[in-house]
Ligand binder design. Structure first.
Ligand code: ATP
Ligand code: MG
Length: 247
């Protein structure tokens, strides 16, 4: 067994989705999916436009209501929890499209991320950590978020989520709309965050990059999981190559 496979086998499950389904009116966007996140790993959830990736994340965060199924976080079902309690419990989402508060400063955006926390020293330490991950945010701390570039706003959105002290970080297409060099930088930082032991669920349409850094991956097509394997195996799976990697 390779070192990575060995560490995967030993890692305990931190979050498990059981038969999760979500409908918008008559349209069932997520059709009963199962997914398991191992502690300290990056898990990729990949798929095309409209596959249901964001809907799945929103259901985990409590922002859309599941029509059936469970989201078990350390054994507790989050389905009945409020979005606020889910964040305070350590499951924190970075929304698609960045969604920073553009009329607030960078510092203020980061402070908002920590709004559920009472541990001042921990918040100060995490602020320094976020600034070390994203030096540009420190340089521009008192500037308005609205003046940041797209890549910098994505960094701020990730930084704000980190200020909530996640145990599980949910990232919805962090590379969307960014230039190739910035995309490299974002994926590198996701790996760096993961190296601190943080569990990451990475939703992406950038299938190649996501599978490269993920220990495990799931492929979602029209609301159903059609493939599940290690990131490395999925990268070489002929079905994935043909449908998502331009093979
Ligand atoms: N608020 C909504 N009301 C009605 N239908 C919705 C809503 N949000 C999403 N849908 C539909 O649900 C399906 C899944 O959408 P979702 O946004 O979860 O996909 P996605 O995989 O995140 O796509 P993308 O990669 O484009 O972000 C799509 O058919 C979409 O049109
Ligand atoms: Mg989406």
């Amino acid at each position: 067994m390779s070192e990575q496979a060995a560490s995967t086998a030993n890692n305990k499950e931190i979050l498990r989705i059981d038969d999760l389904a979500v409908s918008y009116g008559h349209i069932e966007a997520v059709k009963g999916i199962n997914l398991s996140l191992k502690q300290g790993e990056i898990t990729a959830l990949v798929g095309a436009n409209g596959a249901g990736k964001s809907t799945a994340l929103l259901a985990i965060s409590g922002l859309v209501k599941a029509s059936r199924g469970k989201v078990l976080f350390n054994g507790e079902d989050l389905i009945q929890w409020s979005p606020h309690r889910i964040v305070a419990g350590g499951v924190v989402q970075v929304a698609e499209g960045r969604a920073t508060l553009t009329t607030l400063t960078i510092e203020e955006n980061l402070a908002l991320g920590a709004y559920t926390r009472k541990d001042k020293a921990g918040v100060a330490r995490d602020l320094e950590w976020v600034y070390s991950l994203f030096p540009v945010l420190k340089q521009r701390a008192s500037g308005l978020a609205g003046n940041l570039s797209g890549g910098e706003q994505q960094m701020l959105a990730i930084g704000r989520a980190l200020m909530a002290q996640p145990k599980v970080l949910l990232l919805d297409e962090p590379s969307m709309g960014l230039a190739p060099l910035i995309i490299q930088e974002i994926f590198r930082i996701v790996q760096e965050i993961n190296k601190t032991g943080m569990t990451v669920l990475l939703v992406e349409q950038n299938v190649r990059q996501a599978l490269r850094i993920a220990q495990r991956g799931y492929v979602l097509e029209t609301g159903k999981i059609v493939l599940e394997d290690s990131g490395a195996n999925l990268l070489h799976n002929p079905k994935v190559v043909e449908a998502y990697l331009g093979g």
